[in-house]
Ligand binder design. Structure first.
Ligand SMILES: [Mg+2]
Length: 241
């Protein structure tokens, strides 16, 4: 990170795979779809095809469970050349539905870290995905009272962060964004002049994987665990003006 940064007043957190587990459930869902399809026939790339269709549909249907469920149904129709029967479509719908029903499990050390930072910094949550699914996760996480603002957005690009920072009257330089996706949580805010800390989750969705240049890597910190965040902030504070 650069020296002589502005003092951090605000920490913005990503939700999925930063505060609570998510991608592991998605991987499980994809595997269940794959198993179901291969009960119906020989479809070795069923999982891959559903994933590709989900990504291709993002501009139309966005991120999240509902659009992935539609992608599974579409894939099943294509792979079976339209022969899949209603009761099997229903089984696919049930697989999608179960993604909504899993409990929200916070990552280790999240609750105590958020509590410790609350009061010292203004905390924001910036998360993307299905509006309803994200609202349910936030409610179940019991973290909402610690955030001064919660933004559920359809995409996390430079324009999104610019809009959010403006809404809260923030200069980019006083914001630290924390998240598991370099593509969505790290690169757009640093392009605006914010600071960012990457905390990788053990599995990254293919769509969120991105190559970074050495220059980009020099602009953000990587931490193995959110519990290191308060100490990292002390380091940043030492270098701030
Ligand atoms: Mg995430």
């Amino acid at each position: 990170m650069d020296k002589d940064q502005m003092k951090i007043t605000t920490i913005a957190f990503d939700g999925d795979d930063t505060l609570w587990h998510h991608e592991n459930y998605f991987s499980e869902t994809k595997a269940r779809f794959h198993t179901l399809m291969n009960e119906l026939g020989d479809y070795p790339d069923a999982e891959e095809q559903a994933s590709e269709r989900h990504i291709a549909n993002i501009p139309l249907w966005g991120y999240g469970v509902k659009s992935f469920t539609l992608a599974m149904v579409e894939t099943a129709i294509t792979l079976t050349s339209g022969k899949i029967i209603g009761s099997d479509i229903e089984r696919i719908m049930d697989i999608g539905r179960s993604l909504y029903e899993h409990p929200v499990i916070l990552l280790d050390h999240v609750a105590e870290t958020i509590q410790a930072l609350h009061g010292q910094y203004r905390l924001l949550l910036i998360t993307k995905g299905d509006l309803l699914a994200q609202e349910m996760k936030i409610a179940q996480s019991k973290l909402a009272p610690f955030f001064e603002g919660i933004e559920i957005v359809s995409e996390k690009n430079v324009e999104t962060y610019e809009r959010v920072f403006k809404r809260y009257g923030l200069k980019a330089g006083e914001v630290l964004m924390v998240g598991n996706s370099v593509k969505s949580d790290i690169l757009p805010p640093i392009m605006l002049g914010a600071q960012a800390i990457h905390i990788p989750y053990y599995v990254t969705w293919k769509y969120e994987q991105v190559e970074t240049t050495e220059t980009e890597q020099g602009k953000f910190m990587v931490l193995p665990d959110i519990k290191e965040l308060p100490r990292a902030l002390q380091e940043i504070e030492k270098n701030s003006i």
